[in-house]
Design a protein around this ligand. Structure first.
Ligand SMILES: [Mg+2]
Length: 220
């Protein structure tokens, strides 16, 4: 990964899950814990639970309600919030994400979190990992009513923050979201090479990717 032109960057926009936090928590929750607990709570087999959940997941992927705990609680007739608490010990920072956050804050960059996570998921995580002090703002796309994948999200963010996309860096582990940011004109974009610590490196397409956060602060 080439060094970042830090003198051309004054705003840093950061995703949360898979970027600052290990995506293992979310993957484990949605792919293992939820199907297992769904099976137990509704008295069906694990295989039957998977068969019922799979089409629902496919139908709602990439939409705002995908990230909405109330939606899934109503849809699945269980408390997603309570089930998440059962696995909350898996919520963890990605290696050296805190070093990176401390360095960009100290360098005087404007640091803003932009996440598709629902406010409830956000607080569940921020109660366990001390991220909030590094940020000027913590923005959930639910506040605007559009997910980060949508061009309307970026218009709303611009109206809210009054930032210069040409002087901004955005890091996110989801490629369609990076493409949406690129369309809007965000000049510096990075993916994450290993968002889930248990899954190994992923293909980051046309984007450069953060491997080690300590490399990123070189030249700050
Ligand atoms: Mg993410």
């Amino acid at each position: 990964m080439a060094a970042l032109p830090w003198h051309d960057i004054d705003t840093v926009l950061l995703d949360m899950d898979g970027t600052l936090l290990d995506l293992h928590f979310d993957n484990h929750f949605w792919l293992e814990h939820l199907p297992q607990r769904y099976a137990e709570l509704h008295g069906v087999s694990r295989a039957m639970a998977e068969m019922e959940l799979q089409p629902l997941f496919e139908r709602h992927a990439g939409q705002l309600q995908w990230y909405c705990l109330d939606f899934w609680s109503a849809e699945l007739k269980l408390s997603v919030r309570e089930l998440k608490l059962e696995t909350a010990h898996l919520i963890a920072l990605r290696p050296d994400a805190d070093t990176f956050l401390a360095a960009i804050k100290k360098a005087g960059k404007r640091v803003v979190m932009i996440t598709n996570a629902h406010r409830d998921s956000l607080s569940l995580k921020l109660e366990r990992i001390e991220l909030a002090p590094y940020f000027e703002r913590l923005i959930s796309s639910h506040d605007y009513g559009f997910p980060k994948e949508s061009p309307q999200f970026w218009d709303a963010l611009q109206a809210d923050l009054d930032f210069d996309p040409a002087r901004s860096l955005f890091i996110d582990d989801t490629l369609p979201i990076l493409r949406s940011a690129r369309e809007f004109g965000v000049a510096h974009l990075l993916a994450v090479s290993e968002p889930d610590s248990r899954k190994g490196p992923k293909d980051t397409g046309e984007f450069g990717a953060v491997g080690d956060y300590r490399d990123l602060v070189a030249g700050l």
